[in-house]
Design a protein around this ligand. Structure first.
Ligand SMILES: [Zn+2]
Ligand SMILES: [Zn+2]
Length: 250
């Protein structure tokens, strides 16, 4: 299964990174709609698509307003936006309110029920599990399973090998996890609901995942040059820093 990183930055875009957006082109699944979503039109390959939102903070949702031009570039027979009910309500009432954006979104918005649950009928025999994560305003993580491959996407939370979500990502082939801070800023991680590097590596090790790709990078350190990957690889060896337009197969 192919995974394409269309936006790998946190908070705001930089010359190097748009904000959070991942695409699984083989099955038309999009994870988050940050500013990187403007690239979807070029990379979508399916006639239908499902877009799952972790939460509604603008670095994960601003790109919903770009979908009008995305769909001119790559028309879809169906587009469904999935997210928690209160997040979808906030998006429809505020992001798409008349003073902010001039057109109402014509796509279907479908609320995910509760804090955790499962959607079992994804393309190619896949299923998606969502689970709660600690973050100001609340967010959810995703795990995607196909018969012989799996991945998880965990962003906007404070990595902790003891956290409840670790059981949800147990044993996935690929973990895409946010890493906004170096260890020197670990105190800020909990305060702002983000992660520092060693804690992410320890979480990957505890969850016994196959590989770890770091995303949602601090825009003030867009090259990730403040992250000591060598030290982190002594905790968990298989770590790669995501880049925009990077493609991986899991
Ligand atoms: Zn974010
Ligand atoms: Zn957030």
């Amino acid at each position: 299964m192919k995974l394409l990183f269309l936006g790998t930055g946190g908070y705001h875009p930089t010359e190097r990174r748009q904000t959070s957006c991942l695409l699984l082109p083989d099955c038309g699944i999009v994870l988050d709609a940050g500013t990187g979503a403007f690239r979807l039109g070029r990379y979508l390959q399916t006639a239908e698509a499902d877009l799952f939102l972790t939460h509604a903070h603008l670095d994960h949702s601003a790109g919903l307003t770009y979908l009008f031009s995305v769909l001119r570039e790559h028309p879809l027979q169906r587009l469904t936006i999935h997210g928690q009910a209160e997040k979808l309500r906030g998006i429809c009432e505020h992001l798409f309110s008349e003073p902010i954006f001039p057109a109402k979104p014509p796509w279907e918005f479908r609320a995910l029920e509760g804090q955790s649950g499962r959607i079992g009928n994804l393309p190619l025999g896949g299923r998606l599990t969502y689970f709660p994560l600690e973050h100001p305003g609340g967010t959810i993580g995703f795990r995607l399973d196909w018969p012989r491959r799996s991945m998880a996407y965990v962003t906007d939370t404070t990595a902790d090998p003891q956290a409840a979500y670790v059981k949800n990502i147990e044993g996935v082939d690929l973990l895409v996890h946010e890493c906004y801070y170096p260890d020197a800023c670990a105190d800020l991680s909990a305060q702002y609901g983000h992660s520092s590097l060693s804690s992410v590596a320890e979480t990957a090790r505890t969850a016994r995942v196959g590989r770890l790709i770091l995303t949602h990078i601090d825009p003030l350190h867009t090259a990730g040059d403040n992250l000591d990957l060598d030290a982190a690889r002594r905790i968990f060896p298989q770590i790669v820093l995501a880049e925009d337009l990077m493609e991986t197969v899991f």
